[in-house]
Structure formats: structure tokens, C-alpha cells
Write a protein of this length. Structure first.
Length: 137
């Protein structure tokens, strides 16, 4: 399993009238987690698009809200790959507040598309090679 963590503070502009992190912003937090996880593995989204000609559209998103996040809360975005992405990326996200309470979980599925042909493609080998060590026991 591969696990990456990054932090983000809830901004005032992201809250609703009740002072909660607006539900529509949670997907942005998942994206921050995915982007930073891939960057940590040595491959940015920009490089994947510009150099490898691949993009990662979202196929599905399943989100579960457990507790609210509030303005100025520091949220830890945990991003996990529980299996090596041979055809599709299945990212498991967990958002945890500064009190170590899990406030939200999500599963986001993405797949690779060749930007020239607009056809499905396999995940890049450079990324699979870096991930392999996390799954070889």
C-alpha cells in the first residue's frame, strides 16, 4: 500500500453560512491529495500531460461525510493506493482534522487517456516502477 499525507487549512471562502467547509469543496481536497501524492512519487500532473501525453479523468467519486470541518481547521489529507494501478487508479482518501478525527472518506477512480488518440491507456511505467516497491512484499 502507498500512503501520502499533506495538510491544508480550511479557508474562510470555502465555508458556508453555518461555518462548515462547503460539501462541494471536498473534491478539491481529494485532488490536492492526489496531485501531491504523485508529485511525491516523482511525477507531476503537468509532466504526465506535457511529457507523457496522458491525462487522468475521474470515472467515479464516492464521498462519505462524518463530521464537519470548520474555518481555520487544519486538515490532513491522507491519500492511499491500496493496489497497484494496472488499468485504473483507485485513490482512497481520508480527511482528518487537527483533533485526529476522521471527518470524511472518499474513493476516487481515475483512468489514463492518451491525449493524442483520446483512447484509454495504461498507467505510465515510470510511475508503476516507483509504486512497485510499496506493493512487493
Amino acid at each position: 500500500m502507498y500512503l501520502h499525507e499533506t495538510k491544508k487549512r480550511v479557508r474562510y471562502a470555502e465555508t458556508d453560512k453555518m461555518g462548515y467547509l462547503y460539501y462541494g469543496h471536498y473534491a478539491k481536497y481529494y485532488e490536492i491529495g492526489r496531485v501531491e501524492a504523485l508529485r511525491d512519487l516523482g511525477l507531476s500532473y503537468k509532466e504526465m500531460e506535457d511529457q507523457l501525453g496522458l491525462m487522468l479523468p475521474v470515472l467515479s467519486l464516492d464521498s462519505r461525510y462524518k463530521l464537519p470541518a470548520y474555518y481555520d481547521d487544519e486538515i490532513t489529507i491522507k491519500t492511499m493506493l491500496k493496489e497497484l494501478p494496472l488499468k485504473m487508479f483507485t485513490f482512497h482518501h481520508s480527511l482528518v482534522n487537527q483533533n485526529n478525527q476522521e471527518i470524511n472518506t472518499a474513493v476516487v477512480k481515475l483512468f489514463c487517456v492518451d491525449m493524442k488518440t483520446n483512447q484509454r491507456a495504461n498507467p505510465p511505467s515510470i510511475l508503476l516502477d516507483k509504486l512497485a516497491s510499496f506493493f512487493n512484499n
